[in-house]
Design a binder for this molecule. Structure first.
Ligand SMILES: *[C@@H]1O[C@H](CO)[C@@H](O)[C@H](O)[C@H]1NC(C)=O
Length: 348
């Protein structure tokens, strides 16, 4: 690297160090682009810093048309202000709190162009122009339309909410949002900055729809500040679902389920009753067969008979006790047929 190159780096380093050591210099932060509605107002957020040694000195703020320093759109001295802007501009911010926020009212379609800030130290007549931090307006002839969001179908007699929002740049006099129905208590309003200098008003209407509200129109209207009171609106169709609509589904379902439960319960009772009856009948001949009651009622009699026949074949492995020679007496009644089953299970 040659000598010149090293010198360059050194100077850059020095510049970087000095700017951090000496702290805040002349600096301004102005919103770059803003929409401005004809007839309404625009508020330009602005703040600035100045070197420490100047901080306690008296000062004034001036806003001028970019590249035309003598075309002032705001000055403390009204005489210095362009005719076309006189009486329409005001500093909303406190200059001594480093706030240079500007308000322009009754926007005209010729308020186009770029506007910049200048701070003048009164005692020394020194001034500083922030030529790189200027605001440019996009003039709107018509107000933006509100956005209406009606997310779901309303249900009769159930609270329903609909939201309406609109953007603006006139924060000193925001637009008002009104609804075609509902009382004041039904409406809540929120204001939030969606990007520097651009705000959104959000109105939420919560009401309880009635049957007669079905297929009725709901309108949200935004009315903007200004003599003309420009407005824009949006309408949605309201669909109200009747609560009765559910009954034709709910009632048969409930009735059906109820019937099924009652019927099921009845069945269980019957089964239990018959089982008990069978047990009773068996316990009458309880002396002859001490075990196996549980299997009684489950097998049809003809199976028992066959089992009985088969039993004689399979006997060798598990010989039956001699005390039960009459267990396969087919001359006995139905209950005795069941006895056979007892022994089969008992022996397996
Ligand atoms: C500057 O002043 C305006 C108007 O009074 C105010 O809305 C804004 O919050 C102020 N900005 C700061 C950074 O204090």
């Amino acid at each position: 690297m040659d000598k010149e190159g090293k010198m360059m780096i050194f100077l850059l380093l020095m510049a970087a160090i000095s700017s951090t050591v000496f702290g805040e210099e002349w600096k301004a932060s102005v919103v770059k682009n803003l929409d401005a509605l004809v007839g309404s107002c625009v508020v330009v957020p602005c703040s600035y810093t100045l070197p420490k040694e100047q901080r306690n000195l008296g000062r004034t703020g001036i806003w001028f048309r970019s590249n035309q320093r003598n075309e002032r759109i705001y000055s403390e001295d009204e005489e210095d202000v362009l005719d076309s802007f006189r009486g329409r501009t005001k500093l909303l911010g406190h200059l001594y709190q480093n706030n240079c926020t500007l308000e322009i009212t009754d926007i005209k379609d010729h308020d186009t162009g770029s506007f910049c800030l200048q701070i003048e130290i009164t005692s020394t007549s020194k001034d500083f122009t922030f030529a790189d931090d200027c605001v440019e307006f996009k003039i709107l002839a018509d107000p933006p339309e509100p956005i209406l969001t009606n997310p779901k179908t309303a249900i009769e007699d159930h609270p329903h909410s609909v939201a309406c929002s609109v953007t603006h740049t006139c924060t000193s006099h925001p637009p008002t949002l009104t609804w075609s129905m509902g009382k004041k208590d039904d409406i809540s309003e929120l204001h939030k900055e969606i990007k520097p200098g651009t705000w959104e008003v959000l109105s939420i209407l919560t009401f309880t729809p009635r049957e007669q509200d079905d297929h009725s129109e709901l309108t949200c209207t935004a009315t903007f500040h200004g003599e003309e009171r420009k407005s824009s609106s949006k309408t949605v169709m309201l669909y109200v679902k009747r609560t009765e609509n559910y009954n034709h589904i709910i009632i048969p379902t409930v009735v059906g389920l109820g019937t099924a439960v009652v019927f099921g319960f009845f069945c269980i009772l019957m089964v239990k009753k018959y089982k008990r009856r069978i047990t009773e009948l068996q316990s009458r001949d309880g002396s002859r067969r001490p075990t196996g009651d549980m299997y009684m009622g489950d097998l049809p009699n003809n199976v028992n008979s066959k089992s009985c026949a088969g039993q004689k074949v399979s006997k060798p492995r598990f010989p039956s006790p001699k005390s039960q020679p009459n267990s396969c007496n087919y001359k006995e009644d139905l209950d005795d047929g069941d006895d056979c089953t007892t022994h089969i299970y008992g022996n397996l």
